[in-house]
Structure formats: structure tokens, C-alpha cells
Design a protein around this ligand. Structure first.
Ligand SMILES: NC(=O)c1ccc[n+]([C@@H]2O[C@H](COP(=O)([O-])OP(=O)(O)OC[C@H]3O[C@@H](n4cnc5c(N)ncnc54)[C@H](O)[C@@H]3O)[C@@H](O)[C@H]2O)c1
Length: 439
């Protein structure tokens, strides 16, 4: 990336449509929060687009504008949300069932939530075995279903008068599967859609519909979706930005905070055992071993990349890393995650760190949804297409160009994000070298 670049960014004029497959805990917490913030009865805590600043120029220049003043983002009042689910509940009912937010707060935003009635979802139970969707589209083939979704997108856009649209998957975690022949090219994928290939997941049908409609797509779950050649090619061909996957919220966020610090100090690691109790619908879905496998793969990948055991075999070559999620209904969305970390220091002497994080999953995820919506829309207006690596900050398993390892260190990810914003606006990138202050 060159130091300075003049990127033309189209203005954020008109309304921005936000289409969300999966109107469960995360989505309803996001939408209720949006309405509460618009009414001044809540604050957008955890959102970089709403709260963070970006330093420009030298430390002595004193220029640190809020991100939202530095780049042209859509305003919260311009967002219009719609979506799909496999159950008929409107967003108020779904939020009440999810039990993340207090009834008193929900009742203050009841009207706009009740107005969000999901469209019928595209669903194949073999992809989410614990759910038995009753509000689903028919259609003779997956291609026909993709066309129905494209119709839904067009109808939503015209009836709400939106000028741009973004799609973000907040649906359940689908079972683990890896890319196959049908995903290898757009032609084989389209053939697969027409022939109902069982290896094409519902989330991939939504993603195809979005990209064909010129709508940017983010994947908040760990399952395979746009991370296949067919859909990456389609995104580039249609000039649409994509990103994923799996929102980086509770335990993995802690991991990407702590692990870079231990490594920075060249402290060794013998073992890292992570376990969770979780009682919401996401926890129920993840109780199925095949859905959990998708999650496990994204959660486990983090440490290996941060610690680079091949470069530091003495410190990290022997690390035992395990992640468990236990479905425990009494806790609902208020998850508890424990980490036991066995580290060693000078002369190999062992030490332990224990983390007990009583977190609220959807409270941590909602601001990520907001930021991704606004940044993906910005990226599209800036003419950026394909994988948006600068949005890695938000994901457990960031998508990267084929052959490139993902960056998991949250501080490097944040620097990459802010430098990308500086680059978009033709400002100097910040390297933290700092020698100029001592010349
Ligand atoms: N902090 C977090 O909450 C967090 C973090 C990382 C990832 N995620 C992922 O985000 C997703 C949403 O989490 P959640 O807690 O809101 O789960 P949830 O179970 O409350 O909501 C998921 C919704 O998706 C619906 N759904 C399932 N398949 C669908 C389909 N094919 N089409 C349309 N709708 C469909 C379900 O009916 C449900 O309402 C999950 O995949 C979860 O793993 C959540």
C-alpha cells in the first residue's frame, strides 16, 4: 500500500439497507440497541465507528478526529433493517425470547422492532441439526431459492427506498464442511445451485444472492461461506467487498489480547485450556458436534498464528490447546468462559494465569455488527472489492487472500484498520517509528 493515495469515496447519501439472515439474539440486540441509541436512551459502547478516534500526523500535531468525522459513514438514522429467519417471530418477539435485554428497555423500542417481520428463510436441516425451521421457502432448486432471495432483496430495496444495501449473516452456525469441487469456480457453483448440490450450504445461497445483487456480505458465523473461490471470484467480478468470519467477541477476544502480550515478553506456553457454559439458542446449536466443529476450527486457529511455534519451538512448540463449549440453559446469553493458561518464564519456571470472563455474548457482538455494516458500506463507496483484510479486527478467523496467513493479533489488526482509513483519506500512515521527534 503506498503512503499516500487519493481514493475517491462516494458520499453516504440516502438510506442504507441492512439485510440480516438470522434474526436471533445478536441481530435483535443490534437492532434494539440502534433504536435505543437513536432515541438517546442508550450509548453505542464497544463501537469504533461511533466512539473511537484516529490520530493523524505527528504526535505533536494534536489531530485526533473521531473516525465518524474522518471518513464519510452512513448515519445511524439512515439505517433500515430487514432480514430472514426460519421462525416467524418479529424482532420484538425474537428479542423477548433471546432474553438479552431487559423488558423495560425493549418496551421503549417495541414499535420499530415489531415492524421488522422476517422474510421466509432458505434452510436445510442437515446444516443446522438442532433447529426445525417452520418458516422456510420452497423452490425446486437452490438456484430457484437464490432467485427468490434476490427478489426479496429488490423488494426490500424498493419498498424502503434505500440507495445502498449490506448483508451480514447472523444466522446459526452451520455444520463443518470444507470447500469441494462445486465451490472451485463460479461456473461449477452455479451448476451446483441448479442441480441442488448437497455441498452448497444455505449461507452460501444467501451470499450468492447478495453478491449477484451487488450487495457486500459479511459472515458473522464460523461456517464456510464466501471463503471459496466461486464466491470470492463473484465478489471481485461484481466489485463487491466481503469479509468474515465468526465475530471475535468473548473468549477469543481475550485470547487475542493476552497471547500477543505473552509472546511480546518471550514467555513460554505449555497449555491453554478454554471452556465455556452458554445457554442461548446459539449454545443449543453448538451442542451438535458438527456445528461445534466449525466453531472449534476458528477458535483453535488463533493461537497457532499469534505464537508462531515454528519460529519459536522452545517457547510454543509443545503447546496443548483445547476449547470446549458446554450447553447450559440456565445461563442463557450470559456466558461464562474460563481459561487456564500454563506459562513458563526464566529458566523454565512454571506459572499459571486464570481468566474467568462473565460476558454477555450478544452485548459484545452487537457493536461489531454495526461497525461492519458501516465499514463495508464505506468500502464499497471507496471502490474496494473482494476480501477486506482491514476488517480482520472483528473476526476470529479473518479471511485473507489465498496463500496468506491471517493476522490475529488484535493490536496489529487495529493498526491495519486505522491505517486503511488514513490511506483512504490520503493521510500519512503511522508506523510508530518516532525517530523524527529526536532529530
Ligand atoms: N457473541 C456472539 O454472540 C457471537 C460471536 C461469534 C459468532 N456468533 C455467531 O453469530 C450467529 C448468531 O448468534 P446468535 O447468538 O444470534 O444465535 P441465535 O440462535 O440467537 O440466532 C440465530 C438465528 O438464525 C436463524 N437461522 C438459522 N438458520 C437460518 C437460515 N438458514 N436462514 C435464516 N435464519 C436462520 C435461527 O432461527 C435463529 O433465529 C451464530 O452463528 C453464532 O455462532 C455469535
Amino acid at each position: 500500500m503506498p503512503q499516500k493515495q487519493n481514493v475517491t469515496i462516494a458520499p453516504a447519501e440516502g438510506k442504507l439497507g441492512v439485510l440480516i439472515p438470522g434474526m436471533g439474539a445478536v441481530t435483535t440486540t443490534f437492532v434494539a440497541g440502534l433504536e435505543a441509541i437513536k432515541r438517546g436512551i442508550g450509548q453505542p459502547i464497544g463501537s469504533l465507528t461511533q466512539l473511537a478516534t484516529v490520530r493523524l500526523g505527528k504526535r505533536t500535531d494534536g489531530r485526533t478526529p473521531p473516525i465518524k468525522d474522518f471518513v464519510p459513514l452512513a448515519g445511524l438514522g439512515d439505517l433500515v433493517v430487514g432480514g430472514w429467519d426460519i421462525f416467524e417471530d418479529n424482532a420484538y418477539e425474537a428479542a423477548a425470547n433471546a432474553k438479552v435485554l431487559d423488558k423495560a428497555l425493549l418496551d421503549q423500542v417495541r414499535e420499530p422492532l415489531e415492524a421488522i417481520q422476517p422474510m421466509k428463510g432458505v434452510f436445510y436441516p442437515e446444516y443446522v441439526k438442532r433447529l426445525h425451521g417452520t418458516y422456510v421457502k420452497g423452490g425446486k432448486s437452490k438456484m430457484e431459492q437464490a432467485e427468490m432471495l434476490m427478489d426479496d432483496i429488490r423488494t426490500f430495496q424498493s419498498s424502503n427506498g434505500v440507495s445502498r444495501t449490506v448483508m451480514i449473516w447472523c444466522g446459526s452456525t452451520e455444520v463443518y464442511h470444507s470447500a469441494a469441487e462445486v465451490h472451485a469456480s463460479l461456473a461449477s457453483f452455479e451448476r451446483g445451485l441448479a442441480q441442488n448440490d448437497p455441498l452448497i450450504a444455505p449461507s452460501q445461497i444467501y451470499a450468492y444472492a447478495a453478491l449477484k445483487s451487488g450487495v457486500p456480505y459479511a459472515n458473522g458465523a464460523p461456517n464456510l461461506t464466501t471463503d471459496v473461490p466461486a464466491l470470492m471470484d463473484l465478489a471481485r467480478e461484481r466489485q463487491v467487498p466481503i469479509c468474515g468470519k465468526d465475530f471475535k467477541t468473548g473468549q477469543t477476544m481475550m485470547k487475542t489480547l493476552v497471547a500477543p502480550g505473552l509472546k511480546a515478553r518471550m514467555l513460554g506456553l505449555h497449555g491453554w485450556f478454554s471452556t465455556n457454559i452458554l445457554g442461548n439458542r446459539d449454545g443449543e446449536v453448538l451442542d451438535d458436534p458438527d456445528s461445534f466443529k466449525s466453531k472449534e476450527v476458528t477458535k483453535l486457529s488463533v493461537l497457532d498464528q499469534i505464537l508462531q511455534p515454528k519460529l519459536y519451538p522452545m517457547l510454543y512448540g509443545d503447546l496443548f490447546h483445547a476449547v470446549r463449549i458446554n450447553y447450559y440453559p440456565p445461563r442463557g446469553d450470559a456466558k461464562e468462559g474460563w481459561d487456564n493458561i500454563d506459562i513458563f518464564g526464566w529458566l523454565g519456571y512454571p506459572m499459571q494465569i486464570k481468566i474467568d470472563f462473565l460476558c454477555r455474548d450478544s452485548i459484545l457482538a452487537a457493536p461489531i455488527v454495526l461497525d461492519l455494516v458501516l465499514f463495508l458500506d464505506l468500502a464499497q463507496r471507496a471502490g474496494m472489492k473482494g476480501i477486506q483484510e482491514w476488517l480482520s479486527f472483528y473476526f476470529k478467523a479473518p479471511m485473507t487472500a489465498p496463500g496468506l496467513y491471517p493476522e490475529h493479533d488484535i493490536f496489529i489488526q487495529l493498526m491495519k484498520l486505522k491505517n486503511t482509513l488514513r490511506w483512504m483519506r490520503g493521510e500519512d500512515l503511522i508506523t510508530h517509528l518516532g525517530l523524527e521527534y529526536y532529530d
